[in-house]
Design a binder for this molecule. Structure first.
Ligand code: NAG
Ligand code: NAG
Ligand code: NAG
Ligand code: NAG
Ligand code: NAG
Ligand code: NAG
Ligand code: NAG
Length: 260
């Protein structure tokens, strides 16, 4: 960038810059995983305390209802909000395929979740799928369910204590094979509570959480990281829920300073 500064006129410089930026955003956009409206996925769970503002910036009272984070490359942004924000999915537990032997419950438990958070990309773990390779369950989508949750039964994840209970690790299998289906948020438990819908008002442009966006519809959120020229593989660190909120307003400013 310093080279351009010394050798090009400002007009040329901005032309080169915008050409570079458009090339860059093309390269970035192709890294996001496109997925069908229904299929198989893996499901893990994580702790999102009630009242926390997660990456999308959804209304705080969304945490009173079933919510989930989606793996970064499918979520569509490496920080703050992305196209997955606000979308609702019906998730159905199939089997705990990492159990030994695999566990096939005799119940069919489902939950309709709203996506409010980003499950960060990392080399290891269940959120590590990319367009070119799935996660260790052979899937391109991982739903990280916020659980325990006041709105989801404590027995949502079945086990068989008489068989697996001898091993303490096996009352909670940690990861499940599930089927998912994109559904209208009218089926989400928080739908009738207006305080659970929409974005946190005073966050302004760093929040995007539509009431009822549908997969591939024209009312989904843009990719925050694409817009700000941040790498799709950017790693916000383990403090998923807070760090993006703090970083997001700062990053574009840092980037534009570097480009001057
Ligand atoms: C969710 O999936 C389960 C299992 O297929 C089904 O019984 C239930 O009706 C579905 N719920 C919605 C809202 O689609
Ligand atoms: C993704 O993470 C899993 C562990 O969950 C690991 O076994 C696998 O090697 C990782 N994939 C890649 C390509 O690193
Ligand atoms: C998940 O379940 C489906 C349907 O039974 C099956 O085709 C798929 O292989 C399973 N995936 C894993 C990782 O067990
Ligand atoms: C379903 O499985 C549980 C253990 O996973 C067992 O306790 C229960 O008896 C089973 N119910 C039926 C109807 O088979
Ligand atoms: C919302 O309220 C309507 C009218 O009372 C009811 O039919 C619907 O089931 C409710 N939706 C949810 C998701 O609870
Ligand atoms: C959110 O729910 C809590 C109760 O859990 C309530 O005290 C608070 O007023 C609600 N917030 C809004 C914005 O409605
Ligand atoms: C979005 O799509 C709907 C139909 O799905 C259409 O009626 C509406 O005009 C579209 N809005 C924009 C801004 O393109």
């Amino acid at each position: 960038m310093f080279l351009y500064r010394s050798t090009l006129l400002p007009a040329h410089r901005s032309f080169v810059l915008s050409a570079l930026l458009s090339l860059l955003s093309f390269a970035l956009a192709s890294d996001w995983i496109q997925y069908p409206s229904n299929g198989y996925a893996t499901m893990t769970h994580y702790t999102l305390p009630e009242g926390f503002i997660a990456a999308c910036g959804c209304a705080i009272n969304s945490t009173l209802y079933p919510t989930a984070a989606m793996n970064q490359m499918a979520y569509g942004s490496s920080t703050s909000y992305g196209p997955a924000c606000g979308q609702c999915f019906n998730l159905t537990l199939l089997d705990a395929f990492t159990a030994s032997p695999p566990f096939h419950p005799n119940t069919t438990n489902s939950v309709v979740v709203k996506i409010t958070d980003l499950c960060p990309y990392a080399e290891q773990g269940w959120c590590n799928a990319t367009t070119s390779r799935p996660n260790a369950g052979g899937e391109y989508l991982n739903f990280d369910l916020s659980w325990p949750s006041a709105s989801i039964s404590s027995t949502f994840f079945p086990s068989d204590a008489s068989y697996y209970g001898k091993d303490p690790g096996y009352s909670d299998f940690g990861v499940w094979n599930i089927s998912y289906r994109s559904v209208s948020c009218e089926y989400w438990e928080g739908w009738n509570n207006s305080a659970a819908l929409g974005s946190v008002a005073n966050l302004g442009y760093v929040s995007c959480c539509p009431d009822n966006p549908m997969l591939n519809s024209n009312d989904t959120c843009p990719s925050y990281s694409d817009q700000a020229g941040i790498s799709p593989y950017f790693h916000a660190g383990s403090a998923v829920t807070i760090v993006p909120m703090l970083l997001s307003p700062i990053l574009p400013i840092l980037l534009s300073v570097c480009m001057l």
